[in-house]
Design a protein around this ligand. Structure first.
Ligand code: BDR
Ligand code: CA
Length: 313
């Protein structure tokens, strides 16, 4: 059965890829937007432009939190340009927004959709705000596939990945929520990059949508902040094709106070791997709260993504 999903995002070049993939491979019920790669106003505008150029205007869009729970907002122009979606020339959007705040909308949808899967691919402020507003929300969400964090190094700082760094306090609320989580972090997403060959293939597809995607990836691939990594669509891929990513259960906490490690995801993998075999019986960490991606089959991802892209007009 097709998964009922909501993508919570901050478009963002790779967020656009997540929307395009999710709209064809899941029952994508809505898009909710959040501050992150750019201001909320701008990420919401980018989401509206995306559904318009891809012929997905039937998917409702609700705008959410403009700032993190505690800290001041901070954007990512080094990765996505000042608009959050620099590169393509897109028409000003006309599709209306849902006349409800995304947090209220998420809460309402969780009551209406029996098996709701969330795909958060931006800072986790909307999800944390929904959990704070209604603790029953956790019990009504089947699972989440999050793009965020890293098992190795960060991108926004040496320790922290952007989505978690942009609102660590929200991320901590989410990891403590008890909702089953798949975590797709930089350690795998940086291995899936839109190479010149892939971009040329996309441009050659007989599709206006694919041409916009090629323009988007062209800009994105030249930015120092990301090098064309397909971070966000991998969180969608994690749900639909188990052959793309390999996961291991771990207990994940977020550093919310460290002066140089704020926003770091600390993933307890001490029970894994031969190096720790001796410790396995002695070290008993917290019960895992997430399935963390440890390996990715990039070729398989591209096969799926390019097949899906070819279905767009
Ligand atoms: C994440 O940060 C954003 O810039 C991307 O859209 C992605 O969600 C990667 O660190
Ligand atoms: Ca994103």
């Amino acid at each position: 059965m097709t998964l009922a999903t909501i993508i919570d995002c901050d478009p963002g070049h790779d967020d656009v890829m997540a929307i395009l993939l999710g709209a064809r491979t899941t029952d994508l019920r809505a898009i909710t937007t959040v501050h992150g790669n750019a201001s909320l106003e701008q990420t919401t505008r980018n989401a509206r432009q995306t559904v318009e150029f891809a012929g997905l205007t039937h998917i409702p869009i609700a705008a959410g939190m403009a700032a993190p729970l505690v800290q001041a907002p901070s954007y990512a122009p080094e990765a996505h340009g000042v608009t959050g979606l620099d590169g393509p020339t897109l028409a000003p959007p006309t599709v209306p927004l849902v006349p409800q705040h995304a947090v209220d909308y998420l809460l309402a949808q969780s009551r209406q959709i029996a098996d709701l899967t969330l795909v958060p691919v931006g800072p986790l402020t909307n999800i944390a705000a929904a959990l704070k507003q209604d603790p029953g929300f956790a019990g009504r969400v089947k699972q989440m596939s999050i793009m965020g964090g890293s098992l190795t190094f960060g991108n926004r700082t040496p320790a922290a990945e952007f989505n978690i760094w942009a609102d660590p306090d929200a991320a901590q609320v989410v990891f403590r929520s008890g909702i089953p989580i798949k975590l797709v972090g930089l350690n795998v997403t940086l291995q899936v990059v839109a190479s010149p060959t892939i971009r040329a293939h996309i441009r050659s597809l007989p599709s206006t949508t694919a041409r916009h995607v090629a323009d988007i990836l062209e800009f994105y691939s030249t930015q120092p902040g990301n090098s064309g990594a397909m971070h966000d669509p991998l969180a969608v891929a994690a749900l639909i094709d188990p052959s793309i990513l390999t996961f291991e259960p771990m207990y994940v906490t977020v550093e919310t106070h460290g002066s140089i490690t704020r926003g770091m995801t600390l993933c307890d993998g001490r029970h894994l791997g031969p190096d720790f075999r001796a410790l396995r019986h002695r070290v008993r960490g917290e019960t895992p709260n997430a399935e963390v991606a440890v390996a990715v089959d990039a070729a398989r991802f591209w096969e799926l993504f390019l097949d899906v892209l070819a279905t767009y007009p």
